[in-house]
Design a protein around this ligand. Sequence first.
Ligand code: HEC
Ligand code: HEC
Length: 288
Amino acid sequence: MNKLTSTNTLVALALAGGVVFGGAALADVDGVLTINGELEIVTKTTPPAHLADNLDEIVSGWVYRAAETQELQMDDFDNPGMLFVDIAQDDWGTVEGTEGKSCATCHDNVEDSMAGVRAVYPKWNDEAEEVRTLAMQINSCRTERMGAEPLKITKGKMARMEALISVQSRGMPMNVAIDGPVQAMWEQGKEMYYTRTGQLELSCANCHEDSYGLHIRSDFLSQGQTNGFPVYRLKNAKLTTAHGRFKGCVRDTRAETYKPGSAAFNALELYVASRGNGLSVEGPSVRN
Ligand code: HEC
Ligand code: HEC
């Protein structure tokens, strides 16, 4: 399944804080995720064309979690992330800002207006001539159309709005565009993904492409996919956004981290999202 992991990378992984085991410690990778007994989630599939030379298959992070954690995501009553979706449903209808508007004023029912949206973000915005992450789009609506304050990129109110929007696309395949006007930014994100950083000289790819399935720090390395974001983390009982997770991963290589919401992290988000093209939107998912 994995490519050969170089000795240097294994040493660095061990330094990152955990004992690294070989293939013997592989997680059970044959999971099927069905939510509420009816919603089928694709957790393993063939990679998008741009990854065909690097991976045999793409796999959701859900597959690498322990059975108890996996089960929490199989029923919305057990998924603690859904409590935040309920709160965001109230936010959706709450008037904020100088224009006296709520999200619902313009977008009506979130179920209808936001179906399919999460699957194609980050996405090019023609009018603004920029790639927008979901967080950027939410803040653009808040500041430019509602006269409201932008939300902090990694904070709870943003994370739960992203969760509410994600739920409307659950089960749909991730389908982020990578060509045309977004291509330059996608290349930048790709470059970041394969560049070794920090004292440990580890790239995202060293862990999430070369070493997924390995046991590190009492955890199993996944492919670091973002189809499950935002994720509810059992560790701190909160929703985490993709940029929050990227920040933690960069810090683990003992590198200076980029700022959540920065152009660099937006490019990385676009690239990482495209590595999951074909996996189902899963958010809010449940992770360690
Ligand atoms: C005054 C009307 C208005 C309000 C209020 C508003 N939006 Fe929007 N929203 C728009 C328009 C118009 C677009 C499409 C144009 C654009 O891309 O900016 C849009 C686009 C979006 C999109 C992208 C949809 C897609 O298909 O790509 C999202 C997500 C979104 N809004 C979320 C929100 C959220 C969340 C709120 C509340 C915090 C909100 N909007 C409030 C007018 C509004
Ligand atoms: C030292 C190894 C290491 C490096 C380097 C690393 N990560 Fe991670 N990452 C982890 C571990 C451990 C986890 C938690 C277990 C898992 O899901 O893999 C994780 C989780 C993730 C997740 C969450 C996946 C999910 O399904 O919940 C994403 C996304 C992610 N990493 C992206 C990145 C990106 C992007 C980079 C490069 C900037 C990176 N990681 C670099 C170790 C690493």
